[in-house]
Design a protein around this ligand. Structure first.
Ligand SMILES: NC(=O)c1ccc[n+]([C@@H]2O[C@H](COP(=O)([O-])OP(=O)(O)OC[C@H]3O[C@@H](n4cnc5c(N)ncnc54)[C@H](O)[C@@H]3O)[C@@H](O)[C@H]2O)c1
Length: 320
């Protein structure tokens, strides 16, 4: 299958590209390398995958590229993912996460694409889970706390509209807190990567608030499998991709400490405004309709992640 993966040099995107190449797809990754790294694609490029460095918000480039490749499947993962930046510059977040999604949808439809999948978000769309029955199903109220969640929700709306208006087969995968090899340990998000790097470097990880806040952590290999399952299906709408299990930051830290062979002794700092206290998502729909459910236990996934960071394969901090 000819596949286009936007954000293919990023954490989840590059793991997905590896899996697509392994299943025999002809893969093109489009990425501006703003947070992704071309090194993430070295193994896949050795097997024939291609990387085009460019901006998904550049509609002429997207049209040209899509018209030339005629992808049968588009995996749209490129995004502005920084929640704080979405608050300080919501217009930029809107242009990248919504405007560029429209560019891609139009180009994909015009070129005869058979399946369009959007990487959406579980946590940031639903908002605070405290006081609600967890795990949340797809039809739970959407109450984003930041422009990032709102822009993903708006993008989901356009993606499903393109199905109704033009018959393009689309779906949105609402991902939980994804972790695993290649996650950026230098960013604001990605607590497993950040803790692993700190603990292996002999530093005390910072925990904001009391550490009792919970998230639904899902291993990147499971997320890749969800994209593969969704690409084989024609089911539409939104699918939660998580474990349904809440894990607190402190529990997570202790598990990472065990995997790294280091005592987890965090530095507690004041809670950050706008962080949700509890969240987990119910992936029953993905199980029923895509035949997907998370397979990797948190302990096993963390062990894989710690081994990756121990080997130093995340490389130096990107410039800028
Ligand atoms: N990591 C998570 O926990 C998580 C949770 C929910 C949803 N998601 C979604 O999954 C997708 C991938 O996230 P990730 O964690 O792999 O982050 P990432 O930053 O590693 O990947 C995003 C990729 O998109 C590229 N990119 C950004 N803006 C671009 C642009 N304008 N043009 C071309 N490329 C651009 C970046 O260089 C990067 O390679 C995103 O859409 C994100 O919103 C991630």
């Amino acid at each position: 299958m000819r596949a286009l993966v936007t954000g293919g040099a990023g954490f989840i995107g590059s793991n997905l590209v590896d899996a697509l190449v392994e299943r025999g797809d002809d893969v093109l990754a489009l990425d501006d390398l703003s947070s992704g790294r071309s090194a993430n694609l070295e193994p896949a490029r050795g097997e024939g995958a291609r990387l085009i460095e460019g901006d998904i918000a550049d509609s002429a480039l997207v049209r040209e590229l899509v018209a030339e490749l005629k992808p049968q499947a588009v995996f749209h993962l490129a995004a502005q993912i920084d929640v704080r930046r979405s608050i300080s510059d919501p217009g930029f977040d809107l242009r990248v996460n919504v405007g560029a999604t429209l560019n891609l949808l139009a180009a994909a439809h015009d070129s005869g694409c058979e399946r369009f999948l959007l990487a959406s978000t579980g946590g940031a769309i639903y908002g605070e889970g405290d006081g609600r029955e967890l795990p949340l199903p797809e039809d739970a109220d959407r109450r984003p706390d930041a422009p990032y969640g709102q822009s993903k929700y708006a993008a989901e709306g356009y993606v499903s509209l393109w199905s109704r208006l033009y018959g393009l087969s689309t779906a949105a995968l609402r991902l939980g807190n994804v972790y695993g090899p290649r996650q950026d340990p230098h960013g604001e998000a990605g607590v497993v990567a950040i803790f692993s790097r700190a603990l292996l470097g002999g530093e005390a990880p910072r925990v904001f608030g009391d550490g009792e806040q919970t998230r639904d952590y899902v291993y990147v290999g499971d997320v890749v499998d969800a994209f593969l399952a969704a690409s084989r299906s024609r089911a539409g709408g939104a699918f939660n991709v998580g474990t349904g299990v809440e894990t607190s930051v402190l529990e997570l830290g202790h598990l990472i400490g065990e995997a790294c062979g280091v005592e987890f002794e965090p530095r507690l700092e004041p809670a950050r405004a706008g962080e949700v206290q509890r969240i987990s998502i119910d992936s029953g729909r993905a199980e029923r309709e895509l035949g997907w459910r998370a397979q990797v236990s948190l302990a096993d996934g963390i062990a894989e992640t710690a081994a990756h960071f121990r080997s130093g394969s995340e490389g130096p901090r990107p410039a800028g």
